[in-house]
Design a protein around this ligand. Structure first.
Ligand SMILES: NC(=O)c1ccc[n+]([C@@H]2O[C@H](COP(=O)([O-])OP(=O)(O)OC[C@H]3O[C@@H](n4cnc5c(N)ncnc54)[C@H](O)[C@@H]3O)[C@@H](O)[C@H]2O)c1
Length: 237
């Protein structure tokens, strides 16, 4: 239980769901973790706020004494076809899911280089394959996958790795809210479960275990990867 001993981590969206699972698993493995969230974390911050992001990174670095692991996990879902979305909804999805990645990386870069650190991002299976009625969410998650690859290439000469985990449907408050909005939540849950050959939905721990590996020195030659953790959903028909 010391695969991350001595590592200092900042986890966004760490007050709920997958982010909370990552924070818990990282602590179990010996990391020091600062959780950032809208509320309920160690640092309250809206990741849409450029000044807030810079200040939050500064505060996290001060509390931790440096930064080895930057985990960019917070995101919002966005339902609707491209022709239905209004500008405000599109802009907000891009701000939360994509622009925030740019701002966090810019604010944390010198600290990550100093620590020869790692950037970890939460993508989605729908950043690798399309999905109906969530165009902005899919596009921003595809953007997360591409930023991971570019960060891996640009970061390598500086000793910084970047990897992305792409979860399938995972039991979190986000999924529960999505199901609650459906006409027949039980039918949609059972349909979603059936998409995964493993025959069940994921748990935050399933996803967090992959983060532990990618954050650890066991993955020191792994960079630029978008790893599906999805009960086989993307394996094929
Ligand atoms: N649950 C799934 O089925 C699933 C599948 C694939 C990918 N994901 C991704 O996993 C990640 C975590 O999702 P989750 O299911 O745990 O959701 P969640 O809603 O349980 O947790 C998301 C957290 O992000 C925080 N957050 C949202 N907007 C924020 C903002 N503007 N500023 C600061 N914090 C903000 C929320 O407060 C919340 O604590 C997201 O990137 C999501 O897109 C989830």
């Amino acid at each position: 239980m010391d695969r991350l001993a001595g590592k200092r981590a900042l986890v966004t969206g760490g007050a709920s769901g997958i982010g909370a699972g990552i924070a818990e698993r990282f602590r179990e493995e010996g990391a020091q973790v600062v959780v950032l969230d809208l509320a309920g974390g160690d640092i309250d911050c809206d990741i849409r706020d450029a000044d807030g992001v810079a200040a939050a990174v500064g505060e996290a670095v001060e509390r931790l004494g440096g930064l080895d692991l930057l985990v960019l996990n917070a995101a919002r879902p966005c339902v609707g076809t491209l022709w239905e979305l209004d500008d405000a909804t599109w802009d907000d999805a891009v701000a939360v899911n994509l622009t925030s990645v740019h701002r966090f990386v810019r604010a944390a870069w010198e600290h990550l280089v100093a620590a020869r650190g790692t950037i970890l991002l939460t993508g989605s299976v729908v950043g690798l394959d399309g999905s109906g009625n969530q165009a902005a969410y899919c596009a921003t998650k595809a953007g997360v996958v591409m930023l991971t690859k570019c960060l891996a290439i640009d970061g390598a000469p500086h000793g910084v790795r970047a990897n992305c985990v792409c979860p399938g449907f995972t039991e979190t408050p986000m999924l529960e809210r999505f199901l609650a909005e459906q006409e027949d939540p039980d039918a949609v849950r059972s349909y979603a479960t059936g998409l995964h050959p493993a025959g069940r939905l994921g748990t935050p721990r399933d996803i967090a275990d992959a983060f532990v590996y990618l954050a650890s020195d066991e993955a020191s030659w792994v960079t630029g990867v978008a790893l599906p953790v999805d009960g086989g959903l993307l394996a094929g028909i």
